[in-house]
Design a protein around this ligand. Structure first.
Ligand code: PMV
Length: 326
C-alpha cells in the first residue's frame, strides 16, 4: 500500500539520565545521556497517510483523542512539512510496555512513529536524521532508534543533538521491577520544566552528570560494570533529589520504591552485581550483566513477591518495513 509503513522500536533505560531541556520546542537537552536499549519492551506502529479523514490514533486498541492525539498530530505535521505527503494519517500503535508508568513507552513509541511515518511519507532518512526526528516527538526516543548501548549528544541545535551507538564490553541485562502500572501524576515534560526552573540542586546535578557520563561510558567500554554501577545509581538518585528540591516538590516514589531500593542493596551484599535506576515513576530497574541475570531474577522475585519482575537483555534498533500490519 502506497503511503503506509510499519515500524517496531524497543524501550531504552537511561544509565545516565536526560533530565531538563535547553530548548522546549526542539527538545534539546541540557545534558547528554547514556542508555541501553532493551529487548522485550517494544512498540509496533503502522502509519497510513490517506487512511482517515483527519489524523487518527488507535493506541493499544483504544481510539485516542485530546492531548495524546494532539502530540501525534503535531509530530505528523513535522513529517508532512518535510515531505510531499500532505494527507491526514491513521496511526495504529501496539505497546508491549506499560504506558506512562515510567517504563519509557514514549521512547519506543516515538521512535516507531518517526520511522514508520518517515517511510510512509517517502522520506529517506539515515539513522542520525531519524534519531533527530524521533527526538522531536520525545527526547528519549532519539536513543531508541539504535540498539545496545547508546549515547545522546546534547548538542547545541537541531543538527547536533542526536544519538548514536557506542561500544559496550559487557553484555548488560536490566531487571524491571514493576510496583505500579498506574499512569504518572505529572508528566516528565512538566516535571523537567519545574525542576530546571525552581530546583536549587539542578545545576549541581547537571554539571556532575557530564562527568558521570564520561566515567560510565569508559567503564562499560572496557566491560567494567563494577566501576560503572555505583555511578549509574548515584546519577539516578541525584536526578530524583533535584525533583524533591523543586517547588512544589515532585516525588514519583511510593513506599514500595524504597523497599525495592533496599532489596537492590541486599542483592549487592549477597554478591550480585546490581545497581538501581529509576525514571519518572515509582518503578525500579536493576542494572546487572547477562551472566548474573537469571539468578538475580529468581532472587528478586523471592525477595519482592508482591512486585512483577522481568529480566531484559540488550535489544536492537528500530526496524521499519513497507505496508500496514496493524
Ligand atoms: O521520555 P521523555 O523524553 O519524556 O524523558 C524521560 C526522561 C527519563 O526517562 C526520566 C530519563 C531518561 O533519560 O530516559
Amino acid at each position: 500500500m502506497k503511503g503506509a509503513a510499519t515500524a517496531t522500536a524497543h524501550a531504552n533505560i537511561a544509565l545516565i539520565k536526560y533530565w531538563g531541556k535547553a530548548d522546549d520546542r526542539l527538545h534539546l537537552p541540557r545534558t547528554s545521556s547514556l542508555s541501553v536499549t532493551l529487548d522485550g519492551l517494544e512498540t509496533t506502529t503502522t502509519v497510513v497517510f490517506g487512511g482517515a479523514p483527519q489524523d487518527e490514533l488507535v493506541l493499544d486498541g483504544v481510539p485516542r483523542s485530546g492531548e495524546q492525539l494532539r502530540r501525534v498530530s503535531v509530530f505528523l505535521d513535522l513529517i508532512r512539512s518535510r515531505s510531499v505527503e500532505s494527507r491526514p494519517a491513521r496511526v495504529v500503535s501496539q505497546n508491549r510496555v506499560s504506558t506512562a508508568a515510567g517504563l519509557a513507552s514514549s521512547a519506543s513509541g516515538f521512535a516507531a512513529l518517526a520511522a514508520a511515518g518517515a517511510r510512509a511519507a517517502g522520506l529517506d532518512l539515515d539513522d542520525r536524521a531519524l534519531s533527530r526526528l524521533a527526538r522531536r516527538g520525545s527526547g528519549s526516543a532519539s536513543r531508541s532508534v539504535f540498539g545496545g548501548l547508546v549515547v545522546w549528544h546534547a548538542g547545541s541545535d537541531d543538527a547536533t543533538s542526536f544519538a548514536e551507538p557506542v561500544p559496550c564490553g559487557t553484555d548488560l541485562s536490566v531487571l524491571v521491577i514493576t510496583l505500579s502500572g498506574a499512569p504518572k501524576a505529572i508528566s516528565s515534560r512538566e516535571a523537567m520544566r519545574r525542576t530546571v526552573r525552581t530546583s536549587p540542586l539542578y545545576e549541581a546535578w547537571a554539571t556532575r552528570s557530564t562527568e558521570d557520563l564520561r566515567e560510565v561510558s569508559a567503564a562499560l567500554e572496557r566491560g567494567d560494570l563494577e566501576s560503572a554501577g555505583p555511578v549509574i545509581e548515584a546519577n539516578a538518585l541525584g536526578m530524583h533529589a533535584t525533583m524533591l528540591a523543586a517547588r512544589p516538590a515532585i516525588l514519583y516514589w511510593m513506599p514500595e520504591t524504597l523497599g525495592a531500593l533496599a532489596a537492590v542493596r541486599e542483592a549487592r551484599a549477597a554478591g550480585f552485581p546490581a545497581w538501581a535506576t529509576i525514571d519518572a515513576g515509582p518503578n525500579v530497574k536493576v542494572v546487572t550483566d547477562a551472566a548474573h541475570s537469571a539468578d538475580l531474577l529468581g532472587w528478586m522475585r523471592r525477595r519482592l513477591p508482591e512486585a512483577t519482575v522481568t529480566a531484559n537483555g540488550m535489544g536492537h534498533g528500530v526496524r521499519v518495513r513497507e505496508g500496514a500490519e496493524l
